[in-house]
Design a protein around this ligand. Structure first.
Ligand code: FE2
Ligand code: FE2
Length: 561
């Protein structure tokens, strides 16, 4: 495989101090987060929300939504270009889980559930547990006269600290044809949506260009919403076929109603474009235990012979996507590793010339945040990806953007994958700094702001990759001219400068609002890389390799609006 990358950014060495965090979107303000269609917390009937798509098996699209309506059969009506109209029944399920009180809930600037008093009120059971109403035996064992916030997992003896989800419904639309656009409506919903199935790469027509939106660590702040809106606009203007989200979705962090607000924020994008995910640590920690993630975001693991929703693969147009889990066993002999090897061996590059692997914690990253956390997983699996000629590896977790050159075992290697770290989705924790110095050779571009990636695959051997900054965080949490409605949605790097902050983006290109690179490969060089690998048995690529039959790249596509 031959890689060549051309960074479009202008390198400028200037320090930009950046503030740490953004508050959460609030349903009580004009953030636009919670359209007043439903109030699932009050179990309001006859409302449907949080509609989102994910690919199922071949020719399938899975529609998911949340509702409090337990009388209407969960179903989806859909129609295609040949005007047929079908109704497919789905399933509905709910779950119950203890709430978790993390330290971030105690910061009023972070929004819901509000201030400390609201949490104390929920944890205090004295209003109903001080005396048993039907037996003269004194207090209930649930009695707790809390006057301060208790952090950690909620008490199972206090129903106020137990979250019961709305009905989470899913329906699988099947028999869908490649490249066709379908309309659909969820039973009880007020809107029609449409989506387009990915092209059939063997048909020869309409396969290219094929665009893939890239993000991770979204959360639900104003920066998150700006990134979601940027992806939605890309989908409208350039026809994004799929969005890949490399973990850390809602940042509910155990305060589970935030899964519902996150679902509402995502609907405008995810009801029109399938969003394929992997689970991050925020889907696991704070008592989450993957319960909300697995319940709400079904991925096509059955269709890819995976035993769990946590890892899977799927062909999407010219891409074979492999989604791995950073928070499950990865060692040789483990279920995940054995599945990965089987899946890599099944890839047919004549069908899917591009192979993308997605995981949450990055193998290659040069930020000080989360340094080296995924090193063991890298040791377990890197050779497998290298041997299979994986083109791109996506990750998040580190809350900043970084692109590497093709790399293997820490060295620039044209036969290795390019690593994109897209943890700059906008979550409340803010951007990570500083960057490790000196910048390693394999690190091509890095910046601690917020943005999204777009991969435009133009043919079997060339793809144009672009990252666009969507937001900078202003120092005081407000936007231009002090207008809070403009906070975190500012493309003017100058506006991000605050000399009062001690946090500094020490990247060489902190001002650049774009990063771009051609990603190129050919079947000739791929074959040579494989032979090289076999010859050296896990050795590095030959630095003196020939060009491998690649021609000069076409002109870059026009920047998306
Ligand atoms: Fe994260
Ligand atoms: Fe993470």
């Amino acid at each position: 495989m031959l890689w060549a990358c051309f960074a479009a950014a202008v390198a400028i060495t200037v320090d930009i101090p950046r503030p740490p965090a953004s508050r959460l979107l609030s349903a009580d303000s004009d953030d636009g987060l919670a359209p007043p269609v439903c109030n699932l917390a009050n179990q309001q009937r006859l409302c449907v929300e949080q509609v989102h798509l994910a690919f199922g098996g071949p020719g399938e699209m899975v529609v998911s939504w949340a509702t409090a309506d337990d009388e209407t059969r969960p179903s989806v009506v859909y129609w295609g270009p040949d005007s047929f109209s079908r109704t497919v029944n789905g399933t509905a399920a709910a779950y119950s889980q203890l709430l978790y009180v993390g330290s971030e809930l105690l910061a009023p600037a972070m929004g819901a559930p509000g201030d400390e008093r609201a949490i104390i009120q929920m944890q205090n059971t004295s209003s109903w547990a001080s005396a048993l109403s039907i037996f003269p035996f004194g207090q209930s064992s649930s009695y707790k006269a809390s006057t301060t916030v208790k952090t950690g997992s909620g008490d199972y003896k206090n129903p106020a600290m137990i979250y019961t989800s709305p009905l989470i419904c899913t329906a699988t639309l099947s028999g869908l044809l490649a490249g066709r656009t379908y309309g659909y409506r969820v039973a009880g919903h007020t809107r029609d949506y449409s989506f387009t199935m990915p092209p059939d790469p063997t048909s020869g027509e309409g396969t290219y260009p094929f665009s893939v939106g890239l993000t991770a660590d979204l959360g639900q702040t104003r920066a998150s919403r700006a990134n979601v809106e940027l992806l939605r606009r890309r989908a409208e203007t350039v026809g994004v076929g799929v969005v890949l989200l490399a973990g850390d979705l809602s940042y509910a962090d155990g305060w589970l109603p935030r899964w519902d607000t996150y679902g509402r924020m995502m609907e405008p994008l995810a009801a029109a474009v399938p969003v394929m995910t992997t689970a991050g640590n925020h889907e696991l920690g704070s008592g989450e235990g993957f319960v909300s993630y697995n319940s709400r975001y079904p991925m096509p693991h059955t269709a890819s012979d995976s035993p769990t929703n946590l890892w899977y693969s799927i062909d999407v147009g010219p891409v074979h996507l492999i989604s791995l889990c950073s928070y499950a066993a990865t060692a040789p002999g483990s279920l995940q590793h054995r599945w990965l090897r089987r899946d890599l061996a099944r890839i047919d590059r004549s069908m899917t010339p591009w192979v993308i692997v997605m995981m949450h914690a990055p193998w290659y990253n040069t930020n000080s945040g989360h340094k080296g956390e995924a090193e063991l997983m890298r040791q377990h699996m890197e050779a497998d990806l290298y041997e299979a000629g994986v083109d791109l590896v996506l990750s998040g977790h580190v809350h900043a953007y970084e692109r590497t050159l093709p790399v293997y075992r820490g060295l620039v290697d044209e036969c290795g994958p390019i690593y994109l770290n897209l943890g700059d989705g906008g979550n409340y924790e803010g951007a990570y700094m500083p960057w490790l110095m000196p910048q390693p050779n394999f690190s091509a571009f890095r910046q601690a702001t917020f943005g999204v990636g777009l991969l435009t695959i133009v043919n079997q051997s060339h793809a144009w990759y672009n990252w666009s900054r969507s937001t900078c965080m202003s120092a005081n949490g407000s936007g231009a001219n002090g207008d809070p409605s403009l906070a975190h949605i500012n493309l003017d790097a100058e506006s991000c400068i605050s000399r009062s902050s001690s946090r500094t983006d020490n990247a060489e290109d902190p001002y650049a609002n774009q990063d771009g690179a051609w990603i190129m490969r050919s079947s000739v060089t791929r074959q040579r890389c494989i032979e090289q690998y076999n010859a050296t048995l896990h050795g590095h690529g030959d630095a003196d390799a020939q060009s491998g039959g690649l021609v000069n790249p076409p002109a870059p596509p026009s920047p998306p609006p």
